[in-house]
Ligand binder design. Structure first.
Ligand SMILES: Nc1ncnc2c1ncn2[C@@H]1O[C@H](COP(=O)(O)OP(=O)(O)OP(=O)(O)O)[C@@H](O)[C@H]1O
Ligand SMILES: [Mg+2]
Length: 256
């Protein structure tokens, strides 16, 4: 990274709407370079809406609040401009794109055109992600759930983003693939000094991602900023309803 900043992302009092409905009401957090952050929360609590709003993906609208990326307010920028600055998102449900080959989109992610030949290192990554046979196939068309996630995350890593949002990268992924995805992501974050925010419902990924920070999205806000394994164990043992009363609920922000 060529610019030194304390926080890669700062989210301040962010209120997000879909149509007339407020989904998130005054969300606050900071993401620091080289760190990964885990976000838990019940179904429908607004996790996907939050990262889509931060990326500028419709129909999520920022009603009020601030989003600072590398210290600059990006609220008025298009999705395309945010991506060009180094923000990236791996979708919860990666879409099928007919007529676009995986090999060509991977080249685009690397900033190359379709005549480019992958370097040895890039081809080794593609092999490790078990995607070599998919290079001539349309993106996600007929891929299994786990194959979609592997393809999605490799695209994200090839873009060399400063900020990575991953929406349930472990959903439908077998244990070997999960280890591979998480280890490669961890290696990328350590080498690049980028930051990642990972949404998950599961604990397995915590065995591979070195994260010290997690929170819960619930009732439109983020709560319970704490150690990921501690939060996961609480949720696993007592359920999300317990978080309404637990004593870490109102802690406001990570202690970095
Ligand atoms: N395009 C949309 N139009 C209307 N409502 C929407 C739209 N997208 C999301 N919502 C609503 O916003 C709320 C939050 O959805 P979101 O997908 O952000 O939840 P989530 O926390 O990611 O859930 P999950 O864990 O199931 O993925 C839900 O009630 C959902 O129905
Ligand atoms: Mg979601």
């Amino acid at each position: 990274m060529n610019v030194k900043v304390e926080n890669i992302l700062e989210v301040r009092d962010l209120t997000v709407k879909v149509g007339d409905r407020v989904i998130l009401d005054s969300v606050n957090f900071d993401l620091r370079p080289g760190e990964s952050y885990i976000m838990f929360g019940p179904n429908g609590s607004g996790k996907t809406s939050l990262i889509h709003a931060i990326m500028g993906i419709p129909p999520f609208e920022v009603e009020s609040g601030k989003i600072l990326f590398m210290g600059d307010d990006i609220s008025e920028l298009s999705v395309y401009e945010r991506a060009r600055l180094g923000m990236s998102l791996g979708f919860q449900h990666p879409p099928e794109i007919r007529g676009v080959k995986l090999g060509n989109i991977l080249k685009t992610c690397l900033g190359k055109d379709r005549h480019y030949s992958f370097s040895e290192e890039e081809q080794a990554m593609i092999d490790a992600f078990r995607l070599t046979e998919f290079l001539d196939r349309d993106i996600n068309v007929g891929y299994s759930g786990g194959e979609r996630k592997r393809s999605e995350i490799l695209q994200v890593i090839f873009m060399k983003p400063r900020l990575v949002f991953l929406d349930e990268p472990d959903s439908g992924v077998d244990i070997d693939s999960l280890k591979l995805i998480a280890d490669e992501l961890q290696r990328y974050l350590e080498e690049s000094g980028s930051a990642a925010l990972i949404i998950t419902h599961k604990g397995d990924i915590l065995n591979h991602i070195k994260s010290k920070y997690a929170c819960i999205i619930m009732d439109g806000r983020n709560h319970c900023f704490n150690d990921p394994k501690k939060i996961y164990n609480e949720i696993n043992e007592f359920g999300y309803a317990h978080c309404v009363t637990c004593n870490i609920r109102e802690q406001n922000g990570w202690t970095h």
